[in-house]
Design a protein around this ligand. Sequence first.
Ligand code: IPM
Ligand code: MG
Length: 359
Amino acid sequence: MKKIAILPGDGIGQEIVAEAVKVLECLRDDHGLDVVLEQGLVGGTAYDATGTPLPEETLKLAQEADAVLLGAVGGYQWESLDIAVRPEKGLLGLRAELGLFANLRPAILYPQLADASTLRPEVVSGLDIMIVRELTGGIYFGQPRGVRTLDNGERQGYNTLVYSESEIRRIGKVAFEIAAKRQGRVCSVDKANVLECTELWREVMTDEAGAHPDIELSHMYVDNAAMQLVRAPKQFDVMVTTNMFGDILSDCAAMLTGSIGMLPSASLDENGKGMYEPIHGSAPDIAGQNVANPLATILSVAMMLRYTLDAPAMAERIEQAVSTVLDEGLRTQDIWSEGTRKVSTSEMGDAVVAAMRRQ
Ligand code: IPM
Ligand code: MG
């Protein structure tokens, strides 16, 4: 029996996770997936209830679980809080405490959605990129950090970009191993022309490539990588990069696929335990309206089945069902276009479950 911690979080997190839970329950009830689901609080919702965005109880639940399913965190009402207790700290705390250093963000274009991308169909059709983002280091976690007052009375904000050789090597290894199961190409993204820290990044990546002779490694500066992603995204197979560059580039890659509402992610530790979440945020502007796209969260469950629960056939069931509902023309508002049928969050979740039942 595997234990899955369910942490819906804030905003649309509540609605989209509810749909993903329907999918998990369908697999449990109809297909013998041996899991128990336990809910917990994280983010602003947790802060409101307990005074902290990552209560002890939630951390314990996540630590004891085999996998975590997370919705999203954040919202307008918490933006003025001290940074130490903001919802985002709940998410960053989970990543750090669970040692989830490897963040996999696939950007795949469903052929049915080629028209939903803001880029021309021929630029994005067939797109299949895997972004491997380092998740527990870099400028997000580097010390020292803060805001200090200088002798002249002016305030100065500062953060530190820091990577040790072992941190670079282990994320490189993940990227090379993933590439071995794909087209065998890794593009490492850095700013080695300006930042010493990423000069080391480049050096260690090159060295680690020596242990993976079948993989073709290339390097790209981050500004160029951002440009290439919108110019000719199909040149990429696996991209590996730092925490902050990965944050930015994965949003950019998401839009190539039509909507950020389609993209799942996996954050893995050394042993393959993982936290699974859509790459989008809590979208407070549309929260509570039953219009958000639950597919990224549902596809995150598929990643959980593949990477942590070792049930690839069930993962395929989900992915196939998502493809079926798209074939049927069902669209939440973010991916809707003329000639397709606009559905709500819960209608989309129900349709995926119905498609799984028909398989
Ligand atoms: C993401 C998000 C988070 C990040 C925020 C919510 C802290 O943007 O997962 O990409 O910056 O990592
Ligand atoms: Mg982000």
